[in-house]
Design a protein. Structure first.
Length: 214
């Protein structure tokens, strides 16, 4: 299934990059993140997702289109190297692999509340789910580091970056030491989006796998 699962479910640590070597910006990035969560209703952008495998020079690159309608609706359309789709419709999370003709579905619930994907699309207080860490400017991007509160979560932290006030990047490291970098471009904020983007109906003939507790 698509690498976006690491944004949703799998462990993460703070991405590479030293705040001590970066230009300090103690207020900019946290303020930008709070403004994003308070003021953004819709967002769409192209994305490029790079997976850097641990102890290897190999990389895997995926590209596609991202759509967001807060709260709790998002869509990741993976276009290359193979089509795949992730849709949150406000109640359920759908993952569709056309090549395998397979759909996985689970409920959107509190278990996802402190994950990176739900950080972008969720509602409620940022401070209730995350602890704010270092903030700094690096290569023209204002970064803020976050760590989830509570011991039940499966990841340890992430970086969120803003360029010229717009969402630019998210970076994670999973438990296996693999680094995921997602860069956004052509970001459009608060323009109308077709509600059908956030509706998913399993195609005829597809196998539907439901998580326990669905």
């Amino acid at each position: 299934m698509v690498r976006l699962l690491f944004l949703l479910l799998l462990p993460g640590l703070l991405a590479a990059g030293s705040a001590s070597a970066a230009e300090p910006a103690p207020q900019a990035a946290p303020a930008l993140l709070r403004a994003f969560l308070a003021e953004t209703v819709t967002l769409e952008a192209d994305f490029s997702q790079v997976l850097l495998e641990a102890d290897s020079d190999r990389t895997r690159v995926s590209e596609g289109r991202f759509y967001l309608h807060r709260p709790q609706r998002f869509r990741w359309d993976y276009e290359s190297p193979a089509p795949q789709l992730v849709v949150a419709d406000g109640e359920h999370l759908w993952l569709y692999d056309p090549d395998l003709e397979q759909v996985t579905v689970r409920r959107l619930d509190e278990s996802l509340s402190s994950t990176p994907a739900m950080l972008l699309s969720g509602q409620g207080s940022l401070e209730d789910s995350f602890e704010m860490g270092a903030a700094y400017r690096e290569d023209g991007v204002d970064w803020v580091e976050l760590a989830p509160r509570g011991e039940a979560t499966d990841f340890s932290g992430l970086r969120v970056g803003f360029r010229d006030g717009l969402l630019a990047s998210m970076e994670l490291i999973d438990a296996l030491g693999q680094v995921t970098v997602i860069n956004f471009s052509g970001v459009v904020v608060n323009e109308p989006l077709d509600p059908a983007l956030f509706v998913f109906v399993p195609p005829p003939g597809a196998d539907v796998l439901r998580d326990e507790g669905y």
